[in-house]
Design a protein around this ligand. Structure first.
Ligand code: DC
Length: 222
């Protein structure tokens, strides 16, 4: 059994940045589970499906073969033999993933893959339901969040840096809408696990959050 650290929280809270850094410093594998839901979304989009067609999405789950490999320590997601990692961060893919991840068949498809990865190795896994559902026995669980304003500003700055035209208000609204969807869906909604430590990163640096999580690991091991 691997040593498992679960980091859950809303979009834009900095989960992946933090999880990557914690994994690197502890020599663990980082598993980005959002990328799996995004890969499923790519699969549906490739077939011309929309989120309003669950009757077509449910059978389409069967033809998605998703695997994770690591190249130079970076997670790559393979969908039916094709490396789709480069497509996963597109806005349309994120929106489709946020909607289709509410479908029980989509979640069921990805559950075993996530558990198998955590069984075999020491992982820092981030997502929405890792501490509550995927790895209920994780040794350390974090619920990482930040205010909507902070998260929208981070996303805005990220896009501006990439030279992508964007509007702060639209980003903030999109984040609120995604939070609502992730928190109110029936199956495995985003919520803090009872035994998770709540961390609000609004006024914390990446190093401060990383240090906090590492101190929880040390405490747990003591
Ligand atoms: O973390 P992310 O933005 O890459 O995730 C994309 C979508 O996938 C997100 O809107 C919710 C969903 N998701 C999920 O339902 N459960 C997870 N463990 C991870 C992501």
């Amino acid at each position: 059994m691997g040593y498992n650290i679960a980091i859950d929280g809303p979009s834009g809270a900095g989960k992946s940045t933090i999880a990557k850094q914690v994994a690197k410093e502890l020599g663990f594998i980082y598993v980005d589970t959002g990328a799996l839901y995004r890969a499923m979304a790519v699969h549906f989009l490739k077939q011309g499906l929309t989120a309003e067609q669950p009757e077509k999405i449910i059978p389409a789950c069967q033809s998605a073969e998703i695997t994770i490999v690591y190249e130079n320590g970076k997670q790559q997601v393979i969908l039916n033999g094709e490396n789709v990692t480069g497509m996963l961060r597109e806005e349309a893919v994120g929106n489709m993933a946020s909607r289709t991840s509410a479908i029980p068949e989509v979640r069921a498809k990805l559950l075993n893959l996530q558990r198998e990865m955590a069984k075999k190795q020491n992982v820092v896994m981030d997502g929405r339901d890792i501490g509550t559902n995927v790895l209920p026995d994780a040794k350390v669980k974090i619920y990482l969040t930040a205010s909507v304003e902070t998260r929208a500003a981070r996303r805005y700055n990220e896009l501006v840096e990439k030279g992508v035209a964007c509007d702060y208000e639209t980003i903030a609204k999109d984040i609120e809408e995604r939070d609502r969807r992730d928190m109110t869906r029936e199956m495995a909604p985003l919520k803090q696990a009872e035994d998770a430590v709540y961390v609000d990163s609004s006024d914390m640096t990446i190093d401060e959050v990383t240090a906090k999580i590492k101190s929880l690991v040390e405490q747990e091991e003591a």
